[in-house]
Design a protein around this ligand. Structure first.
Ligand code: UGA
Length: 449
């Protein structure tokens, strides 16, 4: 929405949320304190806020005056009831649709921005249609569009400014044109794809499923490379040169994280099962199962290399966010890996440039140890403010997120602070392994045989 405001100064964009603290944070005069860390975002918000970008809790008024409403609420995986563990929880979508139905005036275009199961638009249309039929407050009418988002965290602003494609699904040509016109301010019309509603919804789930599948595929090959003496980076370069495969999304690592991939694939699995396509459901389920295995094998491997026990050992964990350039830790592979190491009794010194310590505590479901504790039978963890502090006296360094600063570490100086024999586990294959070896560290790198 901030990018739309930036590119379309003639359009007033109002972001509404029921959460007053969140809205207050978005209105914070200090742009470095915005609730989401995303490169370039503070600049865009700084340019537009108060001009044509507004943040408010006045939900009803904003809906009433809007020509177009984007539903961008979260749709987490259900934790209980029908479809628990797989289906999306649509309660917030339904609540927002009802609120739009009640408050809208005149003709309103309702755009599904949240990632939704296929045919959710039907539910939204039904709710809006019911209020249209009532026609209590003059005439109101609605058009529903699907406009899924393809940006990735960490590169959100550039992804939005130069999208590979914009996808608009719908049945009402006027509504589709109205939304296409907004994107047309900066996106080449050839990149604006128009489909029917269901194709658009399904394309979003499919894109994420294919991307996630590619990561599981390269991670499977990485394990084989480690066993056979091949190097997954060389294999990735060789296969990526095939224009049919392409070179992107071929980095082996600790497995995919983030709020989307797992949720969207499980959604796809649920849909396949719902339509009786058990084999298709099983096929996609494997991508998620394999991802869990990859995370578990990293923790097991660290324990094995450290003489079969990490109890009481200090391990420096570099990176906790699910990928670089974000403070987001949702579904981060670091959570499972750290959890498994804590179970083994390790003391973890965790350093991440952006992830908040309170968030890490929530994710690990235990508070950081107070000074003087640790090195006990049960594992414990603490935040280290920098890499040097993290590695002090450590038996191993484990690189879990590909932050650029971890690519350029001074291994001579770091190695001298560690307890020997000391290990580097480079789970993202980004560090200078030769320099680390030269500094006397034993090195394990994902996908390197
Ligand atoms: C993903 C998609 O890439 C976006 O297109 C989509 O819009 C978004 O989900 C969404 O549905 O909202 P995101 O989860 O932000 O974006 O980040 P990705 O860059 O896709 O990374 C996901 C995970 O895969 C991360 O844990 C990352 O480290 C991992 N990954 C990515 C790899 O392990 N190897 C790779 O080669 C690429």
């Amino acid at each position: 929405m901030a990018v739309i405001a930036d590119r379309c100064p003639g359009i007033q964009v109002t972001l509404v949320d029921l959460n007053a603290a969140r809205i207050a944070a978005w209105n914070d005069p200090n742009l470095s304190r915005l609730p989401v860390y995303e490169p370039g975002l503070a600049d865009v918000v700084g340019r537009c806020r108060g001009r044509n970008l507004h943040f408010t809790t006045e939900v009803d008024g904003a809906i009433a005056s809007a020509d177009m409403v984007f539903l961008s609420v979260n749709t987490p995986t259900k934790t209980r009831g029908l479809g628990a563990g797989q289906a999306s929880d649509l309660r917030w979508i339904e609540a927002s649709a009802r609120q739009v139905a009640a408050q809208a005036t005149g003709h309103t275009i309702v755009v599904e921005k949240s990632t939704l199961p296929v045919r959710t638009a039907e539910t939204i249309k039904e709710i809006l249609g019911a209020s249209q039929a009532l026609g209590t407050e003059g005439s109101k009418s609605f058009s529903v569009l699907s406009n899924p988002e393809f940006l990735a965290e960490g590169t959100a602003i550039t992804d939005l400014e130069n999208p590979d494609r914009v996808l608009i699904g719908g049945e009402d040509p006027d509504a589709i044109n109205a939304l296409a016109e907004i994107y047309g301010h900066w996106v080449n019309p050839e990149r604006i794809l128009r489909t029917n509603l269901w194709s658009s919804e399904l394309s979003k789930l499919t894109a994420n499923a294919f991307l996630a599948q590619r990561i599981s595929s390269i991670n499977a090959i990485a394990a084989l490379c480690e066993a056979t003496g091949a190097d997954v980076k060389e294999v990735a370069r060789a296969i990526g040169a095939d224009s049919r495969l392409g070179s992107k999304f071929l980095s082996a690592g600790p497995g995919f994280g983030g709020s989307c991939f797992r949720k969207d694939i499980l959604n796809l699995v649920y849909l396949c099962r719902h339509y009786g396509l058990e084999e298709a459901a099983h096929y996609w389920e494997q991508v998620v199962d394999f991802n869990s295995w990859q995370q578990q094998r990293i923790a097991r491997l660290v324990v094995r290399k450290l003489f079969g026990t990490v109890s009481g050992k200090r391990l420096a964990v570099l990176g906790f966010a699910f990928k670089a350039d974000t403070n987001d830790t949702r579904e981060s592979p670091a959570i499972g890996i750290c959890h498994d190491l804590l179970e083994e009794g390790a003391h973890l010194a965790i350093h991440d440039p952006k992830a908040a310590p309170q968030q890490i505590a929530t994710d690990l479901a235990c508070p950081p140890s107070s000074p003087g504790q640790g090195l006990a039978e049960l594992g414990s963890w603490d935040v280290a403010t920098d890499v040097r502090e993290a590695v002090e006296g450590a038996d191993a360094v484990i690189v879990l997120t590909e932050w650029s600063q971890f690519r350029r570490l001074d291994w001579n100086s770091l190695a001298s602070r560690m307890r020997r024999p000391a290990w580097l586990f480079d789970v993202r294959a980004i560090t200078d392994a030769e320099a680390a070896r030269a500094a006397g560290l034993k090195v394990w790198r994902v996908g390197e045989g």
